[in-house]
Ligand binder design. Structure first.
Ligand code: PMT
Length: 400
């Protein structure tokens, strides 16, 4: 999957804390995301996890000392690495490193390197709760924020020292997520994006419902991509088991009627609306108050039509860019173009479903974009995150 991290030079700075073992997992994730990672460790970090581990995972020498006699280039490396870096992440960042950098102290390889850095920096403090909450550490973290660095909130829980509270290094996938957001261009800054995702459930009785196999992956990918690109995002989500995207206001709903209500409430403030949810077209006319017993050989359910949310939004919309999805098993072009027209959309994402690597529940998708002016853009099969960014690229081209 290609994200803002792909192909970028990232420097991972590791300080001496018990959480240094998690840096190995972070390095693995960064490398998997296509980053070219160089590791810089403090001497104390090397007491917790050996540089050899990071050398093996990054495939490159690890810098621990500016005056390494076996490495004549070490003294100039910190400047070279600082100039080449697209992003820097300090994980874990100890109280000592936070203090040094907040006050411009350069007395080891990492603190010296940091002073020469001009690219975005993410600082991930991790330490004992009382140390973390102490006034000097909080003051220094504020200085780093004012200097434009991203300071990640540590996680809360039981720490290695036995105390319970904030101080844990955030999990590596979360650090990767925030670093990716930090390095993504902010072409949706100042815009509000409303996204729908997942299935709806239309109850028949208290234990049964009508639904579909939507996992929410496509819609969550759109919400996450819009947040990375600087938008204020509201996600209206049907029932899913996915982790909620960070920094996104999520409104959880169950039925199509609840989804309609949430969308109508949110749509006026939105600049962009992307409706990737698989909304139930019908609901049971009556919901039984108690579990229906299987006494009869046949059971007839009467279904009534749900509101077509997208069509109503299309009728009500003013300045918004409106993107619909069309999940089809055949005649994709005809069906998608008909929905584009009927629902007054700016663009529709035609999704041929029922394929093992495309559509419901998959990590990848194969879609064709249909535009209001008649344009058609078939896309290769790609990760849903990449599809999401491509949809938003096209939205950005159309925003006033
Ligand atoms: O969630 P995943 O597992 O990642 O799967 C992704 C997906 C296949 C669900 C997604 O890519 C997709 O195709 N979503 C649209 C599914 C769908 O309901 O398509 P449709 O052709 O039935 O509906 C057309 C459009 O009208 C959709 O934008 C839908 O949100 C909207 N609609 C439909 C019915 C209704 N009552 N109200 C609506 O707003």
């Amino acid at each position: 999957m290609k994200t803002a991290i792909h192909g970028k030079h990232i420097v991972l700075g590791i300080c001496g804390g018990i959480a240094a073992y998690k840096s190995a997992e972070l390095l693995r994730l960064l490398t998997k995301a296509g980053a070219n990672v160089r590791v810089m460790m403090t001497r104390n970090a090397a007491r917790f996890v050996g540089p050899v581990t990071f050398e093996a995972l990054s495939g490159k020498p690890v810098c621990t000392d500016l005056f390494d006699r076996t490495d004549p280039d070490a003294a100039i490396r910190h400047i070279e690495w600082a100039q080449e870096a697209h992003g820097v992440v300090i994980a874990p960042a100890t109280a000592s490193m936070v203090a040094k950098h907040a006050h411009g102290l350069a007395d080891d390889a990492l603190s010296t390197f940091l002073l020469a850095v001009t690219c975005p920096v993410a600082v991930c403090p991790s330490m004992n709760t009382d140390m973390y909450l102490s006034p000097p550490v909080q003051r220094n973290l504020e200085i780093l924020k004012k200097d434009g660095h991203l300071v990640l909130e540590p996680g809360s829980g039981e720490l290695a020292c036995g105390t319970v509270g904030p101080g844990r290094l955030p999990e590596p996938p979360l650090i990767l997520d925030r670093l990716t957001a930090l390095l993504t261009r902010k072409d949706l800054a100042g815009r509000r994006v409303l996204v729908t995702a997942g299935p709806t459930q239309e109850p028949i009785d208290p234990v049964r419902f009508i639904s579909n196999p939507s996992s929410g992956k496509m819609g969550y990918a759109v919400a996450r991509a819009a947040e990375y690109r600087g938008a204020e995002v509201v996600l209206v989500s049907g029932p899913t088991s996915l982790d909620l995207p960070v920094n996104v206001r999520t409104v959880r709903v169950r039925t199509a009627r609840e989804m309609a209500h949430a969308v109508f409430e949110q749509m006026d403030g939105a600049d962009v609306i992307v409706k990737s949810a698989a909304v139930g077209d019908y609901r049971a006319m009556e919901t039984a108050a108690h579990k229906i017993k299987k006494t009869a050989d046949e059971l007839t359910l009467t279904l009534v039509k749900n509101t077509d949310i997208l069509k109503s939004v299309g009728l009500r919309k003013t300045r918004q860019i409106l993107v619909g999805f069309a999940a089809e098993t055949r005649d994709l072009k005809e069906n998608a173009q008909e929905k584009l027209e009927k629902k007054n959309l700016d663009m529709i994402v035609g999704n041929l479903v029922g394929h093992p690597s495309s559509g419901f529940g998959t990590d990848t998708n194969r879609v064709t974009l249909f535009y209001r002016d008649g344009g058609i853009e078939p896309l290769e099969e790609m990760d849903k995150a990449e599809v999401a960014h491509l949809i938003l690229d096209r939205v950005c081209e159309r925003l006033p």
